[in-house]
Design a protein around this ligand. Structure first.
Ligand code: FES
Length: 148
């Protein structure tokens, strides 16, 4: 029987309890909301770029432990990345949580703690909500992102 606790490793619990980069960036140039209509979870991303690099990134909102932990880990990983690097990290992370492909654990760092969600399709949406929101924000979309 599936027990969500099986997924909760120490890092996930920590990032859910004390999310990093939680808050608002007043002078963000990209702000976008991500929404999971099935559960009602809503995250908002604030990104400050210089057009080519992510100089600062934060989020707020409400979500399940996996979605909050994923947003916390993602915002940590994205700080000071170029927008091109962000896109390739998105692709690597997406493969990590949806495929059995080998992954570069050194490059993905702490993000690998979310690899276990691939066995639980419902949880893939939780972990990827903030990532799809980030990707849309970076290409300039301003329509809220939904997981459905
Ligand atoms: Fe809503 Fe996880 S239950 S995003």
């Amino acid at each position: 029987m599936f027990d969500i606790k099986d997924l909760y490793q120490e890092i996930i619990v920590d990032h859910n309890r004390s999310p990093r980069n939680f808050g608002v960036i007043d002078d963000a140039d990209k702000i976008l909301e991500g929404f999971n209509p099935l559960c009602g979870d809503k995250l908002k991303l604030y990104i400050k770029t210089d057009g080519q690099n992510i100089n600062d990134i934060a989020f707020d909102g409400t979500g399940c432990a996996i979605s909050i932990a994923s947003a916390s880990l993602m915002t940590d990983a994205m700080k000071n990345k170029s927008i091109d690097e962000a896109e390739s990290l998105f692709n690597e992370f997406h493969a990590l949580i949806t495929t059995e492909d080998k992954f570069d654990s050194e490059h993905l760092g702490k993000l690998t703690v979310l690899a276990g969600v691939k066995d639980f399709p419902g949880r893939v949406k939780c972990a990827s909500l903030c990532w799809h929101t980030l990707r849309s924000a970076l290409v300039g979309d301003n329509k809220p992102v939904t997981t459905e």
